[in-house]
Unconditional design. Structure first.
Length: 280
């Protein structure tokens, strides 16, 4: 792959961006340590298809679309784990004669591509797809559900305590939030990918997987790393509370839950999400 022209220059040449806009967004990307294409999509200055097309031109790769309807064979899916696909935004399209055709959102992610090749003992051929196209394909082919982005302010509650879940759901629903409930980590992770909630509330004391696992999994995915995650837990010591915030939780909801505290902190999480996390 020969990098012959920067993505910003391509989008300028296609009339998507002006020179000044391209320069300004490049500075924003560097300041926040994000890739230019990702920043352009986040700021609404370019569509996913426009970014993917520019990348396909930049790296002389074919651009593919309608991935969710692509007749992907089972052996191709088995060559790349669901976790690898989600964390790195890649999708295996076909496997033929020892060659795996892999759709990627970022052709420069050479380390991941090399790891997939080494782990599967296959040769890798690349094509480019929009980020939302890849997420749609992952949800449909791996998770067996369609992507359904929220139309209203949406909270995901993850915990194995049915009473706590229903209490939180009832309180938030009365405030016109859409509330999704997951009984374990895996179900919560799947709902995060497919339903894309704005705020997550997770329980520290789930037996199969503690809340910290949920935090780590979500923050490892660039698309979801900035979702505010609130931790439901018993009263913490000063040191424990500091550790909770140090690892990246947005806030703490002490048990037993106080509804006034719950509503005020969820409202604060949404406010912070829209002001800051909505972009970076």
């Amino acid at each position: 792959m020969q990098k012959w022209k920067k993505i910003g220059e391509i989008l300028v040449s296609k009339g998507v961006l002006s020179d000044k806009t391209a320069d300004r967004v490049q500075k924003i990307s560097k300041r926040h340590k994000k890739r230019l294409g990702w920043t352009l999509e986040k700021l609404g200055l370019a569509t996913g298809d426009e970014v993917a097309e520019a990348l396909s031109i930049q790296y002389n790769l074919e651009m593919v679309s309608n991935l969710a309807d692509y007749p992907c064979p089972e052996e191709a899916l088995q060559a790349v784990s669901c976790e690898t696909a989600i964390r790195n935004l890649v999708f295996p399209l076909n496997l033929e004669g020892g060659n795996l055709l892999l759709a990627v959102a970022d052709p420069t992610n050479v380390k991941v591509i090399d790891e997939i090749a080494a782990g599967s003992c296959l040769d890798i051929s690349l094509c480019v797809a929009a980020r939302d196209e890849i997420y749609g394909a992952i949800c449909k082919k791996y998770l067996k559900r369609d992507v359904s982005p929220p139309r209203t302010d949406t909270v995901l509650v993850v915990g194995d305590d049915a009473i706590s879940n229903e209490t939180v759901k009832y309180a938030l629903s009365r405030e016109n939030y859409t509330v999704l409930v997951a009984n374990d980590f895996l179900q919560g992770f799947i709902l995060t990918i497919s339903r894309q909630p704005h705020v997550i509330i997770t329980d520290k004391d789930m037996p199969e997987s503690v809340g910290a696992d949920m935090l780590e999994a979500i923050q490892s995915i660039p698309e979801f790393e900035s979702i505010p995650i609130l931790l439901m837990c018993d009263k913490l010591s000063t040191l424990e509370e500091r550790q909770v915030f140090d690892v990246g939780y947005f806030d703490v909801l002490p048990k037993p839950l106080n509804m006034t505290t719950l509503l005020s902190r969820v409202k604060r999480a949404f406010s912070f999400s829209k002001q800051k996390y909505g972009f970076f």
